[in-house]
Design a protein around this ligand. Structure first.
Ligand SMILES: Nc1ncnc2c1ncn2[C@@H]1O[C@H](COP(=O)(O)OP(=O)(O)OP(=O)(O)O)[C@@H](O)[C@H]1O
Ligand SMILES: [Mg+2]
Length: 395
């Protein structure tokens, strides 16, 4: 198998923009005109997903996420472009997709598994474990049209993960499962990741995307708007939706005298804002703050701490006396690192203001992070090492 599990090349999907039936001749004529306006649910989407990657697909309602999953799963044919997938795909798409409501849970397991390419005998072997994972033994002979949304998802997910797929495509349906089942699904997904399987899943939960995925793709009106670090993908989405948190929150200093403006990360002092840096590159963090006369008098030290995941301090930069504002007003303080340490990851800053007696006046934490990328894939730093192996016993 090559490295690439899924390739989409310039994929567009067009839908007819009206679906209602025209009732009169006049309406039909008018409608025909309207129908000529094509609606693109996906436009020129190109992407490659490597084997073993866990990719999140995010975007506003109607941005084309489910359509993209269906196209990749081969359920919808793209209007333009090509899709190629290497390996067995199992998908959990819309609620009830792939199920026949009149049939029982048991019959649907066989139906579903056969759609995924399993023989009856192969399904016989997996049957008990599918039902057990779904926790539906009690209802397995009832027609699925009487199942609740959560029960549908349990059955669908259970079948999808039991057929030993190489690629798992999951729409946001998981969200309808209860907490207990969601946890089970997440454990299963972690198992899949360990086993080197490819996962593409849609979710509206930023936490989940950041926790599970190493990469996220943001769709906007059917186009790829961002493809990269999940944290930044989520931040881009929040900007689009207008739900992003402003970078500057006024912090209460003594008598509310200190406020912080935006913090700008760049590769040189005063340079344009950047959010991703190559490891070892120059790095500048510009902090804007407004101080009143009392706080200027009290201020003695500004300590800027670069925090990694879990708020672990990575490095600390301190400014005192001469480096600091000496009068009331708005000041920019620029911390410049000519060569940043070769530490990969995502970082935020916490800026702490102290008096001469080391008493904390106030602090400000950046909401937006910056990322450092590096050649090495695993771990936060790359080191040179040698391995030796010596036999100490036979047998
Ligand atoms: N079969 C169809 N016929 C016509 N339009 C469709 C069809 N399927 C999807 N669309 C349209 O394509 C657009 C993208 O839909 P899609 O379901 O892919 O969005 P989504 O990103 O999954 O949204 P959500 O977050 O609400 O699930 C929408 O405007 C939708 O109305
Ligand atoms: Mg959808």
């Amino acid at each position: 198998m090559t490295d690439v599990a899924i390739t989409a090349h310039e994929v567009s999907k067009r839908f007819a923009s009206h679906t209602e039936r025209a009732t009169s001749i006049k309406e039909r004529l008018v409608r025909r005109k309207a129908a000529s306006v094509d609606f693109y649910a996906l436009r020129d989407v190109s992407l490659e997903i490597a084997h073993g990657q866990s990719v999140g697909l995010i975007g506003a309602n109607g941005s084309g996420k489910s359509t993209l999953l269906k196209v990749l799963a081969g359920i919808l044919r793209p209007t333009e472009g090509t899709v190629e997938a290497r390996g067995r795909i199992a998908s959990l798409l819309e609620l009830g997709a792939g199920f026949n409501g009149e049939l029982s849970g048991r019959e649907n397991i066989y139906l579903n598994a056969s759609l995924l390419g399993l023989t009856r005998r192969e399904t016989d072997k997996l049957y008990d474990s599918i039902v057990e994972f779904a926790e539906l033994a009690e209802f397995i002979d009832n027609p699925v049209k009487h199942y609740s949304s959560g029960m549908y998802v349990r059955l669908g997910f259970s079948v999808a993960v039991h057929v030993d797929p190489d690629i798992l495509l999951v729409d946001e349906v998981l969200a309808v499962g209860d907490e207990h089942f969601q946890r089970k699904c997440l454990n299963k997904i972690a198992e899949f990741q360990q086993a080197g399987k490819t996962i593409l899943f849609v979710s509206h939960s930023p936490d989940l995307i950041e926790k599970v995925c190493t990469r996220a793709i943001l769709l906007d009106h059917g186009q790829v708007r961002f493809d990269g670090d999940p944290y930044f993908a989520v931040a881009e989405l929040q900007k689009l939706l207008g739900t992003d948190r402003p970078d500057s929150i006024p912090d209460e200093g003594p008598e509310g005298e200190i406020t912080f403006g935006p913090v700008v990360f760049s590769d040189r002092p005063g340079g344009p804002g950047m959010s991703v840096f190559p490891a070892g590159s120059a790095f500048s963090a510009k902090v804007e703050m407004t101080l009143g006369a009392n706080s200027v008098k009290a201020l003695h030290t500004v300590r800027t701490v670069v925090l990694g995941v879990g708020d672990i301090p990575i490095w600390v930069m301190t400014a005192t006396d001469d480096d600091l504002p000496d009068g009331p007003g708005t000041w920019e303080l620029d911390f410049f690192v000519p060569q940043s340490p070769p530490v990969k990851g995502r970082f935020v800053l916490i800026i702490q203001l102290f008096t001469e007696d080391e008493e904390l006046i106030t602090y400000h934490r950046t909401q937006h992070a910056f990322g450092v990328e590096s050649e090495h894939k695993l771990g936060i730093i790359g080191v040179d090492y040698k391995v030796g192996s010596t036999q100490v016993a036979t047998g």
